[in-house]
Write a new protein. Structure first.
Length: 238
């Protein structure tokens, strides 16, 4: 699946705009499916020991995806683990080894402050021509903000009330064009990199293959929270 400049320039990630859904739309849908699958898997495990083991394994998968620069799957996993249905499982988190818990806390920080740490790591990977999977939501957000900038800028000279003359003082905002061009060139460059490092060997990490294939048993938010309450009733939150 390839992201084309038209996908990004025409904002075709939004199927509601009446256009044919693009690669950007399906990549975003895939991200959400992974996140909901992670939550569904955890809250479906009633036995706390098995649930703890599942959370531990998913943190490990997320960490290895991060190291492999598959930022999309990594964030999907950590966003899911930080969701209300999972985060409220205090007894489960309490049973996690401190080393694993620290990994989770460190990775969550990577996506805060406007994704500062993630952006630094992505920039470094691109500079070194290393294969990576960026966060489509961040790219889309950056493009939306860039598009909201005015197409023209006004010369510093004051207006004199003459509309025709005032128009002569308007110039194309080349900084806006440069910003949009830079974002599109970035995603095009990423797609030229080899992708052999993005999927970890199933002999090293079998569950990742499961993440990629994804089963169809995925619940909505209401069901997820109800199943979370079955795992750990509200009284245990106190």
């Amino acid at each position: 699946m390839t992201l084309s400049p038209d996908d990004l320039l025409l904002q075709s990630w939004d199927q509601n705009k009446g256009r044919t859904a693009s690669a950007a739309y399906f990549l975003n849908k895939r991200f959400n499916k992974i996140a909901y699958w992670v939550i569904s898997e955890i809250v479906s495990i009633v036995a706390i020991k098995r649930r703890v083991e599942a959370v531990k394994r998913l943190i490990t998968i997320g960490q290895r995806c991060w190291k492999a620069k598959n930022f999309s799957v990594a964030l999907a996993i950590f966003v899911a683990l930080n969701s209300s249905s999972i985060y409220r499982l205090k007894q489960t988190w309490k049973e996690l080894p401190s080393k694993v818990l620290k990994v989770f806390q460190k990775r969550i920080l990577a996506f805060e402050n406007n994704y500062k740490i993630y952006r630094q790591r992505l920039s470094k990977a691109i500079h070194k021509n290393q294969s990576c999977v960026p966060l489509i939501d961040v790219l889309v957000s950056d493009l939306v903000h860039a598009n909201e900038i005015s197409d023209t800028i006004e010369e510093s000279s004051p207006r004199d009330g003459n509309k025709e003359k005032d128009k002569e003082n308007l110039f194309y905002n080349f900084k806006k064009m440069e910003r949009i061009s830079s974002l599109i060139q970035q995603i095009q460059k990423i797609q030229e990199f080899p992708n052999e490092n993005l999927v970890l060997s199933h002999t090293r990490l079998m569950p990742l293959q499961y993440v990629i294939l994804l089963p169809n048993v995925i619940f909505d938010n209401d069901v997820l929270f109800k199943k979370s309450l079955l795992c750990e009733p509200r009284s245990k939150e106190l």
